[in-house]
Design a protein. Structure first.
Lengths: 305, 304
């Protein structure tokens, strides 16, 4: 068990190293990092000064070591537009993104799980088909377009919800739904297939043979087991939701890290773009690691290799 | 996600399969095909090919006196601009027609680029094994850990926006899935007798990979590509929407949505509704065809 955890942590660390190397190399292969750090239209002397200041004139391996060292210290460079440390900006914006992500996750679970379960219980009926359409639409509609359509319906025509900004529950409903639909679709599909598998299993048959009512079989025996994979998957998805909200946040002017990334790209503020992407990768690696380890504790069938 | 089915209990007496005539089996297979989706995609391909003949107006040239004309069935609408005009007086229908060209060309080439990178790495990793396998798989893991949209935006911030750079960016972001799946298949192919025979016969590794492994994984690669077409088209629209994709005044659908957003609050709904509907139709059609093709080409691939 301990060995398993150590291996997992080791793999996670390798992932992080490769991830940082990837970004480090991509920045240098595609152009001059000094230009990315300087203000647009900076003179050659300014660029030279930046190169000296950040050690960009040294060979790559040395640059990489100092790149990693400063990242560990939480130093991701200074935002060109805001003139404050990029990491500070990131931390300021993170709570709003987490709030939106949690709402989107809750919506996706509340919508996805019941539809998936009922679709499995009533497999191949009209309900199953409608559920399937819901899932396909969720996966085929770009989330920003769903957002625009929600604004059109609820803000422009019905005048029920504000179209942008944050602060109240009313502000959060539309972005959370626009963001949550895709995940509702995948949670629904997973719940459906997990439930179908459980319903075909021996212990459900036994429960039926014992003469339990159908409601009890589904609610007590089948549901609990079908829900486990969905919740695990939801855990992994949470990191994806936090980092996948760029477009939705920019549609609704939501002050999160997605919006920060969007601003970073529009203002050509590279340190901001970089911190958002690296922290996103870090978050996903960390969540995957936690899920792997938790799974090993919960599921005795996992083979510690 | 696998769409699970309750396994039927084995029959008490094995039923002899009734041999249907060959044409009947062909007809049955065709009937399972998603004809509506295929029609949609075919119409789209034709639209993209013959955009020059079909579009009633120039997609990039507007007339500022004819701004914000609504679609024909609304008040003030005119037959000249069936789906209305945008903030620069450009015809929405013509822009949609030319936009199909961008979506399809960028989508298909990006899928091909991603597929080529992923398949090549998957074959090398699975066949050569050892440190090559370790290296490729660890790189795949770390690229998978990067949130795809943010990663694409980072690359877009590094490169100047153009259609070909978007293809490269999307290829660089979406190759990982191919590498994973193809590697898995190569691992099992490698143990087959004909591959071992080729080794014994003294074929070079490159020769074995090219003539014995590649043809056998081509099917999975094509299926994966069809399934990813929709994902990539949405990704392109997202980048264009954020202003780091196709550059204006090109008529990309994502770009049209971002331009239409400004007119949304004033009720110019047609600028936001139609491009989104187009994206939705293509992606739905592509994923339906991908699902069907996956089952049709090889029932064992259903788990893909």
């Amino acid at each position: 068990m301990q060995r398993y955890i150590v291996t997992r942590i080791f793999y996670a660390l390798i992932s992080l190293v490769l991830l940082s190397m990837t970004i480090f190399c991509l920045v240098r292969v595609t152009g001059d990092p000094a230009i990315l750090m300087a203000e647009p239209g900076a003179s050659e002397e300014d660029l030279q000064a930046i190169r000296r200041e950040f050690g960009l004139d040294k060979p790559w391996p040395i640059q990489y070591v100092s790149f990693v060292q400063s990242m560990i210290r939480g130093d991701f460079g200074t935002s060109i537009y805001y003139r404050v440390p990029a990491f500070e900006l990131y931390l300021q914006r993170l709570p709003a993104s987490l709030e939106l992500a949690i709402w989107a996750m809750v919506i996706s679970l509340i919508v996805g799980i019941p539809i998936g379960i009922i679709a499995a219980v009533r497999v191949n009926t009209w309900f199953d088909k409608v559920g399937n359409v819901f899932a396909n639409l969720g996966l085929a509609l770009p989330s920003f377009w769903v957002g625009l359509m929600l604004i059109l319906l609820f803000s422009v025509y019905l005048r029920l919800l504000p179209s942008a900004g944050s602060g109240t529950v009313k502000h959060i409903l539309m972005p959370a739904f626009a963001l949550g639909w895709v995940f509702a679709a995948s949670h629904m599909r997973l719940a459906r297939s997990a439930m179908l598998e459980v319903l075909g299993s021996e212990y459900v048959k036994l429960a039926r043979i014992k003469g339990l009512s159908e409601t009890l079989v589904i609610a007590k025996h089948a549901f609990k087991n079908a829900i486990i994979p969905v919740l695990t998957f939801a855990g992994i998805n949470l990191a994806l939701i936090v980092n996948g909200a760029v477009v939705v946040e920019s549609v609704f002017a939501w002050p999160g890290i997605g919006r920060l990334l969007y601003e970073g790209v529009s203002f050509r503020d590279f340190p901001v773009v970089q911190v958002t992407v690296i922290m996103g990768g870090l978050m996903i690696v960390a969540v995957n690691l936690v899920v792997d380890i938790l799974y090993a504790y919960i599921d005795p069938r996992i083979h510690y290799g | 996600m696998a769409s699970g089915q309750i396994a039927a209990p084995p029959p008490m007496f094995p039923v002899q399969p009734v041999a249907l005539p060959k044409w009947r089996r062909m007809v049955d297979r065709l009937r399972a095909a998603p004809l509506i989706s295929m029609t949609i995609l075919a119409v789209l391909v034709l639209t993209a090919l013959f955009a020059d003949f079909l579009a009633p107006h120039d997609p990039t040239l507007g007339n500022l006196r004819q701004r914000y004309i609504p679609p024909v069935w609304q008040n003030r609408g005119s037959m000249e601009f069936i789906l209305g005009t945008d903030h620069m007086g450009r015809d929405v229908l013509s822009r949609l027609i030319y936009g199909s060209r961008i979506s399809l060309v960028v989508g298909v080439t990006a899928v091909v680029v991603a597929g080529a990178i992923g398949t090549a790495l998957g074959v090398l990793s699975g066949f050569l094994g050892k440190w090559v396998d370790q290296a490729v798989m660890r790189i795949t893991d770390s690229w998978l850990a990067l949130p795809p949209v943010s990663f694409a935006i980072l690359l877009a911030a590094l490169l100047t926006p153009s259609e070909w750079n978007i293809v490269i960016i999307l290829g660089a972001v979406y190759w990982t899935r191919y590498a994973r799946v193809i590697r898995g298949e190569v691992l099992s192919l490698k143990e087959r007798d004909y591959v071992r025979l080729a080794v014994v016969a003294g074929c070079s590794q490159a020769k074995i990979m090219w003539t014995h492994i590649l043809p056998n994984i081509a099917n999975s690669a094509v299926v994966l590509a069809t399934l990813q077409l929709g994902v990539v088209i949405i990704a392109e629209a997202t980048l264009s929407f954020l202003g780091v994709g196709v550059a204006p005044p090109q008529p990309a659908w994502g770009l049209m949505l971002s331009e239409g957003k400004a007119g949304l609050m004033t009720g110019y709904w047609w600028l936001s509704v139609f491009p989104g509907l187009c994206i939705m139709l293509v992606v739905l059609a592509a994923s339906a065809i991908g699902d069907w093709f996956r089952v049709w080409s090889d029932p064992q691939l259903r788990q893909l």
